[in-house]
Structures are given as structure tokens and as C-alpha cells.
Ligand binder design. Structure first.
Ligand code: HEM
Length: 139
């Protein structure tokens, strides 16, 4: 298993290579993404405005959500979960403000990993396309 340190240095090396590969691959693929998910997850749960949403969630379900979130954000493979994002999030009271906080934690996580501005912009543009579904405005 890759240590956290070697995964981070691998991410750094790959992020700075200019290739036309997907962002997911440029960030180092599945192993590096697992480290990103872990770091993101710690940030989200430490946020007093976001933590209450996950109070009754099992860690297993939360991890599944985080990996799905990252795969979508980075253009990686997304497993079909059977329920639309609108269906899963509807009625939970998630506003655009919460969505923005969530995305803000993603930005901080990517920054920690040395992600460049171009990649960061790509991630944000892409993730914002899910805002209506998650906040219920397109349900
Ligand atoms: C693009 C953004 C997001 C994506 C792709 C995403 C993805 C998912 C997925 C796939 C699940 C279902 C997991 C499962 O049923 O096993 C889920 C559940 C959930 N999501 Fe999200 N999510 C996003 C944003 C958010 C935000 C902003 C919040 C709250 C601030 C949130 C709160 C939740 C909660 C509370 C659950 C239920 C967990 C449970 O079943 O216990 N999500 N999300």
C-alpha cells in the first residue's frame, strides 16, 4: 500500500506534467484520489455548518458519497448508484450556501496537494454543474 507521503509526492509530480489526460489521471488515479478523499472528508466533518447533515450517516455511506463526488469532480469513472443526485439529496435542506462550503473544502484540499489554477478551475466548473441537482432546485 502506498504511504500518504509517497502518494502526495506522486500527485505533485503528475499535476505539474502538462498532458491532455483526464484530470483524474493527471492527479494520479485511484490511489492518489483515495488520499484526497480522506483529506476532504476530514475538512467537511470539521465544518460546523456541514457536520450536522452527516450526523446519522454511516461512515461507509459517507465514504461512498465522497468517492462518487471526487470521481465526478475529476472526470473519473462513476459507478451507477441507481438513484439520481436530486433524489438522494432532496429534502435534506442543502442550500447553495452549503454547496459552496462543500466546494470550498474541495478547493482547499486540492490546494494542499499542489493542484494548479488551471486544474482547479476545471474542477470547480465541472462540480458546479451538479449544484441544482444537489440543492433541489431542479428536482
Ligand atoms: C456534487 C456534489 C455531490 C455529490 C456528487 C454527492 C454524491 C452523493 C451520493 C452518490 C450519495 C449517496 C450515497 C449512498 O446512497 O450510498 C450522497 C448522499 C448524501 N449526500 Fe451528497 N453529494 C454531493 C453534495 C452534497 C452536499 C453539498 C451535501 C451537504 C452539505 C451532501 C450531503 C449528503 C448526505 C447527508 C447524504 C446521505 C448520506 C447517507 O445516506 O447517510 N451531499 N451524496
Amino acid at each position: 500500500m502506498m504511504t500518504r507521503y509517497s502518494a502526495i509526492s506522486q500527485v505533485r509530480q503528475i499535476v505539474f506534467m502538462d498532458t491532455s489526460a483526464s484530470l483524474y489521471d493527471r492527479l494520479g488515479g485511484a490511489a492518489a484520489i483515495e488520499n484526497l478523499i480522506e483529506a476532504f472528508y476530514i475538512r467537511v466533518l470539521a465544518d460546523p455548518e456541514l457536520a450536522p447533515f452527516f450526523q446519522n450517516s454511516s461512515l461507509e455511506r459517507l465514504r461512498k458519497m465522497q468517492s462518487d463526488f471526487f470521481n465526478r469532480a475529476l472526470g473519473g469513472p462513476v459507478e451507477y448508484s441507481g438513484r439520481t443526485l436530486a433524489h438522494v439529496h432532496h429534502g435534506r435542506g442543502i442550500t447553495r450556501h452549503h454547496f459552496a462550503l462543500f466546494v470550498g473544502h474541495l478547493l482547499e484540499t486540492l490546494k494542499d496537494y499542489g493542484c494548479e489554477e488551471k486544474e482547479t478551475d476545471e474542477v470547480i466548473d465541472h462540480i458546479n454543474t451538479f449544484a441544482n441537482e444537489v440543492t433541489g432546485t431542479s428536482y
